[in-house]
Design a protein around this ligand. Structure first.
Ligand SMILES: [Zn+2]
Length: 345
């Protein structure tokens, strides 16, 4: 079974989306008057406008693309990931049958690496703490907007007992304006900052990624030296430089969800692709913005309000029981993040 395959259809959807965005921008710039047509002939205007539209209104996460790259480059990774997946499913069976004890609260020390090119990027301690607070709320279902979960999904809304605590902040001044998605920010030798004790610490790099990417994470089982989450500073936390509609800390929640082995809720493919969680409805596409309920794809209502969709921060507010089981499995005795179980809160 090819579990880890990005469908061409998904790439096609992104291309279609780009065309739609380009068309939308063209419509703004080309209202049918000769005067405006002349202005739109400047390719810089179109490019800049398109970039602005993509950056400001569309959630883009690079986790799956990076995962696919690593799978193709690192020969041993595929069997390692498949082993993690098999142990995850066995753990869930044991949990459901009562053969495995439920997870005790887990303490997650968080190291935040702030890599800044200017004072706006050098975010405040308060902005960093606001992101930690959101993680604690969202993963423990104490988020105030959890009361918006539709009745259809109330029974499956769930929480995992995680206690995130800021361990330290590292601040690194850099001449670099953006870092891309090649993990350069994760190495001091590249002008970034090395991961601190990744076997029992969550490392978060806050820097400008560029290309309209809000953030990306690394799934369990990948290179330990690059383990953690990267988030652009304007999508981090709830105050300071955080920008709407991604200023409620949910990029952090989404990416930490990946770090705990959750897939996108549409399974990064069409209606035949799953996210390996049986209580999330099958969907064939991400949702954007703030969709109306119900939104239907693949003959069922999408759980657009799930943290692992692509909607705006204010419109995502739940994990499911199945997702929580999957996250718990990474902390199991034979799980890839078992090192965290020894942490003392
Ligand atoms: Zn994602």
């Amino acid at each position: 079974m090819l579990l880890y395959h990005i469908l061409e259809s998904n790439i096609m959807k992104q291309k279609i989306l780009s065309v739609i965005l380009l068309s939308a921008v063209s419509m703004i710039l080309l209202p049918g008057h000769t005067h405006y047509k002349k202005e739109s002939a400047d390719p810089q205007i179109t490019t800049e406008s398109l970039t602005r539209v993509q950056k400001d209104s569309i959630r883009k996460c690079y986790t799956m693309e990076l995962f696919e790259k690593h799978l193709s480059r690192i020969p041993s990774m595929r069997s390692r990931i498949e082993g993690i997946e098999n142990r995850c499913q066995a753990y869930i069976e044991g949990l459901r049958s009562g053969k495995i004890d439920d997870l005790h609260p887990i303490f997650i020390p968080v190291v935040v690496h702030v890599i800044y090119n200017n004072e706006v990027e050098n975010i405040s301690d308060a902005q960093i703490q606001s992101q930690i607070d959101v993680l604690n709320q969202d993963f423990n279902k104490t988020n105030t907007d959890s009361n918006q979960v539709p009745e259809e999904f109330l029974d499956v809304a769930s929480d995992i007992k995680l206690n995130f605590k800021l361990d330290r902040i590292l601040r690194i001044s850099s001449k670099r304006a953006s870092w891309g998605t090649n993990d350069q920010m994760k190495f001091t030798s590249n002008g970034g900052s090395n991961a601190i004790e990744p076997r029992n610490h969550l490392n978060i790099w806050v820097c400008t990624i560029g290309g309209g990417i809000l953030g990306y994470a690394q799934f369990p089982g990948d290179n330990i030296n690059t383990d953690g989450v990267v988030i652009s500073s304007q999508y981090f936390g709830t105050e300071g430089s955080a920008q709407a509609p991604f200023n409620k800390g949910r990029t952090g929640t989404h990416e930490v969800g990946h770090w705990l082995n959750l897939r996108h809720i549409w399974g990064d493919g069409n209606c035949t692709k799953d996210d390996f969680v049986d209580d999330t409805p099958i969907s064939g596409t991400p949702n954007y913005g703030c969709p109306n309920y119900p939104t239907m794809h693949c003959d069922s209502n999408d759980m657009t309000m799930n943290y692992m969709d692509y909607v705006d921060d204010a419109c995502m507010y739940m994990f499911t029981k199945g997702q929580v089981e999957r996250m718990k499995a990474v902390f199991a005795e034979n799980g890839p993040r078992k090192g965290f179980c020894k942490n003392q809160g």
